[in-house]
Design a protein. Structure first.
Length: 157
């Protein structure tokens, strides 16, 4: 009986140790990826869609479906932000970019920086844009490095 208790306890500990939080999971490819992935995003699961070619409404629907299944997946949060941006729903885009950016998702951090730089859905704030660009650039995200270099509020002396 005692060995059975230890075996069950050991199995419970092993299950807890091996379980990943939902936010640490990587969702499989989804229609959201096909319709809204950024071609510059190294974490993408599809080739990606240039911003000018992104079809907002189908992308929004697909990414909302993806988030129903994987509510803590930063990739889908970021891509929903892109869909919202394509629909000119800037405050919604800002919300989803921030949600993904706060998890450390570099593409979302860069896009959040762009929103602050351009004053989209928020008061323009170059310093806040630089803060987000710097976070993404520190992860090696090339578009953020370029945006950081071009930020007008940084001293070039």
């Amino acid at each position: 009986m005692r060995s059975l208790i230890f075996a069950l306890a050991g199995a419970s500990v092993l299950a807890v140790l091996s379980a990943q939080p939902v936010s640490a999971q990587t969702a499989p490819p989804h229609l959201c990826d096909t319709l809204a992935a950024n071609p510059l995003d190294e974490a993408r699961k599809a080739p990606g869609v240039e911003t000018a070619n992104l079809k907002g409404e189908p992308a929004r629907a697909a990414c909302q479906d993806a988030l129903k299944e994987y509510p803590n997946e930063p990739r889908f949060q970021f891509q929903l932000g892109r869909a919202m941006r394509a629909l000119n729903l800037n405050e919604d885009a800002l919300f989803w970019y921030r949600k993904a950016a706060e998890t450390g998702y570099a593409g979302a951090q860069n896009s959040l920086g762009v929103m602050f730089m351009q004053g989209l859905g928020v008061k323009a704030d170059c310093n806040e844009a630089v803060r987000w660009y710097a976070k993404a650039a520190a992860q090696g995200y090339e578009p953020a490095k370029r945006n950081l270099e071009a930020a007008p509020c940084l001293s070039r002396a």
